[in-house]
Design a protein around this ligand. Structure first.
Ligand SMILES: Cc1cc2nc3c(=O)[nH]c(=O)nc-3n(C[C@H](O)[C@H](O)[C@H](O)COP(=O)(O)OP(=O)(O)OC[C@H]3O[C@@H](n4cnc5c(N)ncnc54)[C@H](O)[C@@H]3O)c2cc1C
Length: 471
């Protein structure tokens, strides 16, 4: 596949114009910045075309044109993926489904949402809520990330502990394959063991095996109550104990368990002081944002406070703040989600999203600090994450030594992940930035299988090349 703009681009342009209408095809410098660069500022590219289809048939037409001109296609969703996954090849086609953003149906009997892939997650969440139902997927990037991007990345987020990742919510799927074939199974059935579940291959494949155009997502009844608290804990053992205790004592309704190390809490709440007071004193080694979504408005709040009081009594929690209003709830969530300016004192820094068994987390934290200090004396590391799912984010700052050493800093982190048998990409995917390190997480046999799947479904290598598999 050629890296430079295709010689025959005039012919391509005419074909694309004819398929979608000239106003929905942009070329060269007319392509906006958001389709060329990722939000972490690491990757930029110069796609030859940006196509904005309105229907699945339009998508299939673009794919066929790309195939016949040997051009790559990269899907651009909300561009919040942070690993360079949605960066098109120079001279390739960037495809945005922003015109395919319709909600086709909210079925409150079958409890399903049928939606086009370009719909923004928050818009889908709000539409579902208006109908008295609940779409559990929730991410800090909810205002920009789109359903197709969330499926392609198998997104996780704040409520995985209770409702699972995107994979657990996708019941039906429609995709366009690399040869332009439309495969549609927009079923609402939860149980369906009739042969291979091809949709599982598509979920989390980051646009390398097919283009997601529509989906049927599983909904849940809207929770009637929410209780949110920020708690402080003296040790990681107590964090693990609190998680298990709350899962039992809140009768399976614990929905979020967001762990923040003391340094993270200090940085973020200091940056927020102009906007809101710090909700709890500094100085504790661990803080956890806990949320329960319940169904009994008579007893839930009282039970929640009693459970926390028991945990204080037992010495598991040393301090707790319970939100008494929606405003207070949002202020507590802001500590975990409103990261603006929080990492400024660490800039320039690298941010990671790794996974491991909860039991391995303290070892990993100690080891990665040790290994980073050995490689970059004085390095600062800050930790937080969806601990209930074994998902840890870490921010690494090595100061001015970062320039030119970004890949080596990645290596130190990912080699340490390997020592605890963890994953280098818990939820944000592989994209481009983690591709050189995927062998630290996947065995040779697994990588060979992934390559065979890619070759079987995309023999020309035209769908999002250079991501996930090194072909
Ligand atoms: C502040 C912030 C908080 C975040 N929090 C979380 C979190 O809690 N949990 C989590 O899992 N992630 C989180 N993320 C990462 C990111 O938001 C998710 O990975 C999200 O699913 C990406 O969606 P997007 O629309 O932005 O996709 P993009 O970044 O545009 O694309 C992601 C990948 O999917 C491909 N793609 C996009 N659309 C399609 C399609 N229709 N068909 C096929 N492939 C497609 C792209 O080519 C790319 O490879 C966060 C990111 C930010 C910036």
């Amino acid at each position: 596949m050629s890296g430079a703009p295709a010689i025959e681009s005039l012919g391509v342009r005419e074909a694309l114009d004819a398929a979608l209408g000239a106003q929905y095809i942009l070329a060269g410098d007319d392509i906006g910045e958001r389709y060329r660069a990722d939000i972490i500022g690491k990757y930029r590219s110069a796609p030859a075309f940006l196509a904005k289809p309105a229907t699945t048939e339009d998508v299939a037409a673009v794919v066929k044109i790309a195939a016949s001109h040997d051009l790559s296609i990269t899907m651009v969703g909300g561009q919040t993926g942070t690993c360079g996954g949605a960066i098109a090849r120079d001279g390739g086609i960037a495809l945005s489904l922003e015109r395919m953003n319709r909600i086709a149906e909210i079925d409150t009997i079958s409890m399903t949402l049928t939606v086009e892939a370009g719909c923004i997650l928050q818009i889908a969440q709000e539409a579902v809520e208006k109908e008295g139902a609940f779409l559990p997927l929730d991410l800090g990037s909810r205002g920009s990330a789109v359903i197709g991007g969330c499926i392609a990345a198998n997104s996780g987020g704040n409520r995985v502990l209770r409702w699972g990742m995107m994979r657990d919510m996708v019941i039906g799927l429609e995709v366009v394959l690399a040869d332009g074939t439309v495969v549609s199974s927009l079923t609402k059935m939860i149980k369906d063991n009739a042969g291979y579940h091809w949709k599982e291959l598509m979920i989390g494949s980051e646009g390398t095996l097919g283009i997601v155009t529509k989906a049927v997502l599983r909904l849940r009844p809207n929770p009637l109550t929410n209780q949110t608290a920020l708690v402080a804990l003296p040790s990681f053992d107590m964090v693990a104990r609190l998680l298990r205790d709350l899962e039992v004592s809140l009768s399976g309704q614990l929905s979020s368990f967001e762990l923040m190390w003391g340094e993270f809490f200090e940085l973020i709440t200091t940056a927020q002081l102009a906007a809101r007071p710090r909700p709890m004193a500094l100085g504790h080694p661990y803080y956890v944002l806990v949320e329960r979504l319940g169904g009994d408005s008579l007893v839930d709040a009282e039970q929640f406070e009693r459970v926390l009081a028991d945990q204080i009594e037992a010495g598991v929690i040393v301090d707790a703040v319970v939100a008494k209003s929606e405003n207070e709830r949002q202020a507590l969530w802001a500590v975990r989600e409103d990261l603006r300016g929080g990492f400024d004192p660490l800039q320039p820094c690298s941010v990671y999203d790794v996974g491991m068994a909860l039991v391995d987390m303290p070892t990993f934290v100690t080891e990665v600090q040790h290994n980073m200090e050995a490689a970059y004396p004085g390095a600062k590391l800050v930790f937080y994450g969806h601990a209930g799912d074994g998902n840890l984010h870490l921010v690494v700052s090595v100061g001015k030594d970062r320039a030119g050493n970004e890949d080596d800093i990645d290596r130190v982190v990912y080699e340490t992940v390997q020592t605890v048998g963890g994953s280098i990409a818990a939820e944000h995917g592989i994209g481009m930035s983690r591709l050189p390190f995927i062998g630290l997480t996947r065995s040779e046999a697994e990588l060979a299988l992934m390559a065979r799947i890619k070759q079987a479904l995309d023999p020309q290598g035209m769908l999002n090349p250079g991501k996930v598999v090194a072909l």
